[in-house]
Design a protein around this ligand. Structure first.
Ligand code: GLV
Ligand code: MN
Ligand code: MN
Length: 412
């Protein structure tokens, strides 16, 4: 006789305690977390989550890029229904981005363990290496390697913002594992994540059934000009790298404003040399992050930006080079898995809306190999990648219950 699971619910206090405990590792002022990928803090976070996985009886494996997968056997063998996310953070991260998806996965496992319920298919909870891309590019690196979208050797050779390589850092924290990557067998993947934007809160809706992830284009520009005295050099004789960087940054914003729709543009990192008040900068290195749900529109934004960049560099007499840090086309999730998330939320009496994701997620890589969808819960004030990131316990509970029942359906 199959066990009735309709009334089954997760325990939000337990989920909250784990979020707090993990949030202590790499804690920074203001209640946030700095656990950059493959740092010592990330290593400590991994050790803790691995310990929890083992305590819950999962069989844990680590692959060559440091992705960790914990599997709970089902009544039948075969590819697991998987959930998960990431536990690395940006330097100014919060406690929920990524961590929620992983720890809600563990909470689902614990709920099933306590109720003595075995699913037909195996269940898996994963955390993927370097989702954020804040230290090593591209973002979603671990899940990209996991699905075979990036060769393991190329990923291991990647050098980060501090000059260290992925391979060396993985070895240092002891997370270069033996499990193979590149050809995973996964029945379906569903990831719970905080929205990281303002829509759900503003509309008073508890659950987002995520339809897909917008396209991401990251470029690093380097401008080389000539340094000189800020007071004595006439404007017409300057080759000012700082000016060119600022003009391109300004243009990126102007393009996004003019295009409208879902086009966004951000210059999040900029470094001038020698970076002094009275010296014209000879060098500027800066990044541009362009995103759009529409691939054709994203390509137009890229073309407009690059053509302006060449023009302004030529006019100022500086050299301009660029390097692509990340480029992913928009991803559509699986229609029937999106519908399942939506229906599950409704069955639990929760308000739900379909929506795109503005942020990148490991789910967009898993979508290459199996039916995939995501569940969003509101972010207070729409704030994320910031120590103030917060989602209230009632919303954490709602999201984790939608995850529980979506996984149960997929695994039955
Ligand atoms: C990852 O968090 C991203 O969307 O930048
Ligand atoms: Mn995330
Ligand atoms: Mn993030």
């Amino acid at each position: 006789m199959p066990v009735k699971t309709d009334k089954l619910r997760i325990t939000v206090q337990r989920l909250g305690t784990r979020l707090e405990e993990l949030g202590e590792l790499g804690a920074i002022a203001g209640g946030g977390v700095c656990r950059l990928a493959l740092s010592a803090e990330d290593g400590a976070g991994r050790d803790l989550v691995m310990r929890w996985m083992r305590e819950l009886g999962l069989s844990v494996s680590i692959d060559g890029i440091g992705n960790v997968v914990g599997v709970r056997a089902g009544l039948e063998a075969g590819p697991p229904v998987m959930t998960g996310s990431h536990i690395d953070t940006v330097r100014t991260g919060g406690r929920f981005d990524g961590n929620l998806g992983v720890l809600a996965g563990l909470e689902v496992i614990q709920t099933l363990n306590d109720a003595g319920i075995l699913t037909r298919r195996p269940l898996a909870v994963a955390f993927f290496t370097n989702e954020e891309g804040a230290r090593f590019n591209p973002d979603m690196m671990g899940s990209l390697v996991y699905v075979g979208g990036l060769a393991l050797n190329a990923a291991l050779a990647t050098v980060g913002i501090d000059g260290a390589s992925v391979g060396d850092c993985l070895n240092r924290i002891g997370y270069a594992g033996p499990a193979p990557c590149g050809k995973p067998e996964v029945h379906a993947y569903v990831e719970l994540h905080v929205e990281q934007g303002p829509v759900l809160e503003a509309e008073g809706i508890t659950i987002g059934a995520v339809e897909g992830v917008q396209g991401i284009s990251w470029t690093e520009f380097t401008v080389l000009g000539v340094s000189n005295h800020a007071g004595t050099t006439p404007m017409r004789l300057r080759h000012d790298a700082g000016y060119v960087a600022c003009a391109i940054a300004n243009k990126a914003r102007e393009i996004a404003r003019e295009m409208g729709g879902n086009q966004v543009a951000t210059v999040g990192a900029i470094n001038l040399s020698p970076n002094l008040v009275n010296v014209i900068a000879y060098k500027a290195v800066f990044t541009v992050d362009l995103r759009n749900t529409d691939e054709a529109a994203l390509q137009i934004a890229e073309q407009r930006l690059h053509s302006f960049a060449s023009e302004v560099a030529g006019a100022e007499g500086v050299t301009l080079t660029n390097r692509r840090l990340a480029r992913f086309e928009p991803v559509d999730f699986d229609p029937s898995t999106i519908s399942l998330v939506e229906a599950t939320a409704r069955q639990l009496g929760l308000s739900v809306k379909r929506m795109p994701s503005g942020a990148g997620h490991d789910a967009q890589m898993l979508a290459r190999v199996c039916p995939t969808a995501m569940i969003f819960v509101p972010s207070a004030g729409g704030i994320s990648h910031n120590v103030k990131e917060f989602t209230c316990p009632a919303d954490l509970e709602a999201g984790a219950n939608v995850l529980l029942h979506t996984l149960l359906q997929l695994a039955s």
